[in-house]
Design a protein around this ligand. Structure first.
Ligand code: ADP
Ligand code: MG
Length: 393
């Protein structure tokens, strides 16, 4: 399903109400990473280039739980946006109410108004229809570009779209195009690389991808539940005993469908789950009793290399090891490098996987690095995201 985008609706002379994702990390009121603000710029600049258009921006920040809390104010974002857009950004002290509506009403072409945190009101996360109408009073048309919250039906993402003519911004449009392409008609070989912490949190993703991929790579902590299901010894590695049967049946399904499954062949392990634990190389699938598997080993990496380099489509979710620990980052780092070198269409989704790709500096070489952790997982589970479904053509 394609979505309507900013290019499909008439913005001339309109006050354009934009839901962006300005939920940036702050430390003592100072923005420590403005990636999300920068990511919104193409859509904002496009709107400002339309004759007579003005901008009314809204976002959430943190979890103020339905009441005004100064530490969650969007004021620092107004300042940063003003620098990035190279024009003044006025700040409204609330996102609804007559004073705010008047400020929005008075906007001249090219002017920008930022509304205060939408989560200062309980109606936001409840998707309260009356609250959505109040928000809608601040614009003539609605543009949603907050992919990170698109999996939640909130007033500022889903609710307002029922009140105003609505479209997606460039960020959401790109997310939808890449994920839908992967899930509807991926070019084969289609390699799915799944890792991370838990089988339980990735069952939906594994099930959806099992129906579509030609090779399934399983790494990270969750691979130990799969190895145990195959009868291997996994030492003190992370295990979800309740999911061994699930892992067995997923492996059987893959085998019946003729899907190649690649599990760890060797490991980098440690005695403690600790940054400073001595790394021990284990040259086989089975781990001795006293060790915790913390990363995939070089034999495994060698085995993945061919599949990844020959993929015509690839999706990666979930780190291959505890990449936060320097001694156990190699598996994730090298997979990131292989994905970056892959000539096929490459997509990375998931909060920690994306953090790893950014940390190691490969984001530029990957076709699509998703901006939404939870939202990208739900997309990969084949779910319809409410904030996007409402924008479908
Ligand atoms: P994503 O956010 O990309 O979906 P997850 O949240 O599922 O990924 O998993 C990420 C976490 O998994 C990381 O914090 C990483 O340290 C952890 N992890 C990966 N491999 C292991 C392992 N072998 N043992 C313990 N934790 C692991
Ligand atoms: Mg995560």
């Amino acid at each position: 399903m394609a979505v309507k985008t900013v290019k499909d609706i008439d913005l001339k002379g309109k006050r354009v109400l934009v839901r962006a994702d300005f939920n940036v990390p702050l430390k003592e009121g100072v923005i420590t990473d403005d990636t999300r603000i920068k990511a919104a710029l193409p859509t904002l600049q496009y709107i400002l280039e339309q004759e007579g258009a003005s901008l009314v921006l809204m976002s959430h920040l943190g979890r103020p739980k339905g009441e005004p809390k100064p530490e969650f104010s969007l004021a620092p974002i107004a300042q940063r946006l003003s620098e990035l857009l190279d024009r003044p950004v006025e700040m409204a002290s609330d996102c609804v109410g007559s004073e705010t509506a008047q400020m929005a009403e008075k906007l001249k072409p090219g002017e920008v108004l930022l509304l205060e945190n939408v989560r200062y009101h309980a109606g936001e996360t409840k998707n309260d229809a009356e609250f959505a109408k109040q928000l809608a009073k601040n614009g003539d048309v609605f543009v949603n570009d907050a992919f990170g919250t698109a999996h939640r039906a909130h007033a500022s993402t889903e609710g307002v779209a029922h009140v105003l003519p609505s479209a997606a911004g460039f960020l959401i449009d790109k997310e939808v195009r890449f994920f839908e392409h992967l899930l509807s008609n991926p070019e084969k070989p289609f390699v799915a690389v799944i890792g991370g912490a838990k089988v339980s949190s990735k069952i939906g993703v594994l099930e959806t991808l099992l129906d579509k991929c030609t090779t399934l790579v399983i790494g990270g902590a969750m691979s130990y539940t799969f190895l145990k299901a195959q009868g291997h010894s996994i030492g003190k590695s992370m295990i979800e005993n309740d999911y061994i049967d699930t892992a067995k049946s997923l492996l059987e399904r893959a085998q019946k469908a003729g899907i190649q499954v690649l599990l760890p062949l060797d490991h980098m392990a440690g005695r403690e789950f600790d940054e400073n634990t001595d790394p021990v190389y284990v040259d086989e699938v089975d781990l001795p009793d006293e060790l915790i598997g913390l990363d995939i080993g070089m034999k495994t990496l060698e085995a993945l290399k061919e599949s990844i380099s020959e993929a015509n489509s690839l999706v990666w979710n979930g780190p291959m090891g505890v990449f936060e620990f320097e001694n156990f980052a190699k598996g994730t780092l090298e997979v990131a490098e292989m994905v970056a070198a892959c000539k096929g269409t490459t997509v990375v989704g998931g909060g920690d996987s994306v953090a790893a790709v950014n940390k190691f500096g490969f984001a530029e070489k990957i076709d699509h690095v998703s901006t939404g952790g939870g939202a990208s997982l739900e997309f990969l589970e084949g779910k319809k995201l409410p904030g996007i479904a409402v924008l479908e053509k």
